[in-house]
Design a protein around this ligand. Structure first.
Ligand code: ZN
Length: 458
């Protein structure tokens, strides 16, 4: 097989050569040489594949599935948001969970995974909820989907507690259920995720974090927190819980106890945007000096929808301070590891969007005011290699050049169209307008190609 006239933006050596002709067999490059194709031919782009570092598999499309009505496919149409508030999203999603059936979870999950693959995704961390309402049903379906999609997608299963583990009447059911699930499913589960912010007090949130750390260490799992998901004013000396996570990881000697391949991911963390510069720098120094494998994941589409509501008591009700972690700045200015994720698709936490990581990275240009060519490269990394690093899937060879012997399997190929076709006068003929060509990360981030132009090399 061969790919001709291809631009490889990640290629570090021979940077003066802009286009390549590649031959490969069984995915492995047998020959790579400067392209001999005419410069007028539309080039292709060879890029690292996309990754969802944080996506909820079981609650995708609850608002947009329009399920065929049958006993095995529950109807969720009465759970359409009326206020769009956070509390309503939590409540309506809890009510939806009572109706889950296996075939419904399987259909919506398949739709999400198939759509993701066509968008250029080859790996993901799939969150599935385990609690007194759902039992292990979402997990069982996720494991089935993982097997069915294993030829296309590397799926990490995150068993996730969306509900409290140390407060409310259900905590004493939820926690033992998680423990027994982790014991019974063993290595089928790769990640433990919890949501300290749903606990009813700071004390309970700290118990949640402490329990999750010791449990992840005990079962040799990656750790993933939904954390500091608020824009509440800071009242020193009380600090965001991110500081407590680091202290508790150190108290439990994560570095000494955990397998070196395991990472810790902190999602949302919107409250950190309220920290003064000096404290944010102090946090970055604490993280870096700790040597802990901590990665922040910004979830901008969910965060902007959920955080920042109008204050009707003020004279300026349309002023809505919103916030999401400024991921490019955390990488560039603070030296932290960070990436961005889609989080939710088609449910009350994020009703809008197609779940396309590339489209989300493109929104990042506006959200983070990240408009330089170098920012575009960073934003692409945030939905590909940096995301894979965060969830512990990255391999060293992924940073290398394409050379003879390199595997192309799983890389993302972007085609360019030669022309834009439109009907001619009187609708009889076809008019051809020369198309703009995408030649690098900036073109892909600023104006993402349609899904029909993307393919994964197999
Ligand atoms: Zn989430």
């Amino acid at each position: 097989m061969e790919i001709n006239n291809v631009i490889i933006p990640c290629q570090k050596s021979n940077a003066d050569i802009s286009r390549w002709d590649i031959r490969f067999q069984d995915g492995k490059v047998s020959q790579i040489r400067p392209s001999e194709r005419p410069a007028s031919e539309p080039p292709k782009l060879l890029l690292p594949p996309l990754c969802h570092p944080h996506i909820h598999l079981d609650k995708a499309y609850l608002l947009t599935c329009n399920n065929p009505i049958s006993e095995s496919h529950p109807n969720y149409s009465d759970l359409i948001p009326e206020t769009g508030s956070f509390e309503e999203a939590l409540l309506n999603t809890s009510r939806a969970k009572e109706r889950y059936t296996e075939s419904d979870l399987h259909l919506r999950g398949s739709q999400l995974l198939a759509t993701s693959y066509n968008q250029g995704v080859t790996s993901l961390r799939a969150f599935v909820e385990i609690d007194h309402v759902t039992g292990t049903r979402p997990l069982d379906v996720a494991l089935q989907l993982k097997s069915e999609f294993s030829h296309l997608l590397e799926i990490q299963i995150c068993v996730f507690a969306q509900d409290p583990l140390f407060s409310t009447a259900h905590a004493e059911t939820n926690r033992p259920l998680l423990t027994s699930t982790l014991r019974n499913y063993g290595p089928k589960i790769q990640v433990l995720g919890t949501t300290p912010y749903v606990e009813k007090s700071r004390e309970a949130a700290l118990l949640n974090i402490d329990w999750a750390i010791t449990t992840a260490l005990h079962h040799n799992l990656h750790l993933d927190f939904h954390l500091d998901y608020n824009l509440d004013e800071l009242h020193p000396p009380t600090q965001p819980l991110t500081f407590s996570v680091i202290q508790l990881l150190q108290k439990h000697n994560w570095l000494g106890q955990a397998d070196k391949s395991k990472t810790i991911v902190l999602g949302h963390c919107t409250q950190l945007t309220l920290l003064p510069n000096s404290e944010l720098r102090q946090l970055a120094e604490i993280v870096i000096q700790s040597g802990l494998p901590i990665h922040f994941v910004g979830l901008p589409t969910s965060d902007l929808f959920m955080m920042g509501r109008p204050n009707t008591a003020t004279a300026c009700a349309q002023v809505r301070p919103r916030a999401t972690l400024n991921v490019p700045s955390m990488i560039k200015d603070l030296g932290l590891s960070a990436c961005i994720g889609v989080n939710n698709v088609g449910n009350a936490f994020t009703p809008f969007g197609s779940g396309d990581p590339l489209q989300m990275a493109s929104y990042g240009v506006g959200i983070y005011q990240a408009g330089t060519v170098s920012d575009a490269t960073t934003l692409y990394g945030c939905v590909s290699l940096l995301a894979r690093k965060a969830i512990g899937l990255h391999r060293d060879e992924e940073d290398g050049d394409v050379a003879e012997g390199t595997s192309l399997r799983g890389m993302l190929l972007i085609k360019n169209e030669e022309n834009i076709k439109i009907p001619g006068p009187a609708w009889e003929s076809e008019l051809l307008i020369p198309a703009r060509q995408r030649e690098g990360f900036k073109d892909v981030i600023w104006d993402p190609p349609g899904v029909e132009l993307r393919s994964i090399i197999n």
